[in-house]
Design a protein. Structure first.
Length: 323
């Protein structure tokens, strides 16, 4: 029987260290231990990648324990094709099987026990891509991290719709189709995958999608948000913003809470963090310094800025600049 993504084999090995190194390069560094400590594994790892999205087939051929390090730059959706696995995070635990997938996210800790025969199709979505997509969809800076529920109910009709998109992309890869290699088509596929995932799998922004299709933002609050976006590099206080749009500070704060679930100053901070990130990502490491960019966007306390930046983007400002 042909294996999934057979034309994209990366490794077929009995060597634990080799498997750990190669799979770690695709996802993140991790500990990999056969459950009985001695028996050989029989790992098969296939990888098909496109812009912002990757599909992978992984089978260890043995009972193994996996302890990943931080998934700083991606989300992984693990879909069992057979067998089962137990996955634990800081706050939840699920038994994954052909009816229950699992969603691993950045800035969390996981332990996984894969049983022999647990063959998985894994979807990798770049963190930056889905956060930017969410930002554009909602039309506002993200006030908190995007987090998903650990367990994914594959019998849910909305999840089945998402899975059908995964299957389409899988068939395109497997048959040598044109979608993965046509940039415009692949961008549309990526957007569909991310949109349906955000709609179908419970997450910290599900409430925003559950409301009216067109969120009603009072005109004066929209003006205040636009003003913050346009003048984020300038010294701004909540009183300045309220005066500029001719409402009280209390009305401004209440309007932002209702419209964006945040405060005007947190909104400003998110805008500035995004501006810093975009500037660092576009610059060469010899052309600017992190300190200069941070100060230009109003971050005067280096330590506090570094913590906020890492919480928002899952890496340090210097890592963004080097990349």
């Amino acid at each position: 029987m042909a294996l999934p993504l057979a034309n994209f084999e990366v490794v077929h090995s009995h060597d634990v260290d080799q498997a750990r190194a190669i799979v770690g390069t695709a996802f993140c560094s991790h500990k990999l231990m056969p459950s009985d400590g001695t028996a050989p594994i029989d790992v098969r790892f296939h990888a098909a990648r496109a812009v912002g999205v990757g599909l992978y087939y992984l089978d260890y051929g043995h009972d193994v324990r996996i302890v990943p390090d931080d998934l700083s730059d991606c989300y992984l959706i693990q879909i069992p094709l057979s067998g089962s696995a137990r996955i634990r995070s800081r706050t939840a635990e699920v038994v994954s099987n052909v009816q229950v997938a699992s969603v691993l996210e950045p800035d969390n800790r996981f332990e996984m026990d894969w049983a022999r025969g647990n063959r998985q199709l894994i979807v990798r979505i770049d963190r930056e891509s889905i956060e930017q997509h969410l930002h554009r969809t909602l039309g506002q800076p993200l006030g908190r991290r995007l987090r998903f529920e650990l367990g994914m109910d594959l019998t849910d009709p909305r999840i089945r719709s998402w899975r059908s998109l995964v299957d389409l992309l899988y068939r395109e890869f497997d048959s040598g189709g044109t979608i993965p290699v046509e940039p415009i088509a692949m961008r549309e596929m990526q957007r569909l995958l991310m949109s349906q995932l955000l709609l179908a799998q419970p997450n910290t922004y599900s409430g925003a999608f559950a409301g009216p299709a067109e969120r009603t933002v009072p005109r004066v609050i929209r003006r205040a948000a636009d003003l913050i976006e346009a003048h984020a590099a300038e010294p701004l206080a909540v009183e300045d913003i309220a005066e500029a749009v001719d409402i009280s500070v209390r009305a401004l704060q209440d309007g932002f809470r209702r419209a964006f679930d945040t405060t005007p100053m947190n909104f400003l901070r998110e805008v500035r963090l995004k501006k810093v990130h975009d500037e660092l990502a576009a610059a060469g490491p010899r052309s600017v310094t992190v300190t200069d960019v941070a100060i230009r966007w109003g971050f005067l306390h280096a330590g506090r800025f570094s913590v906020q930046y890492r919480e928002r983007f899952g890496e340090s400002p210097s890592q963004t600049l080097r990349r």
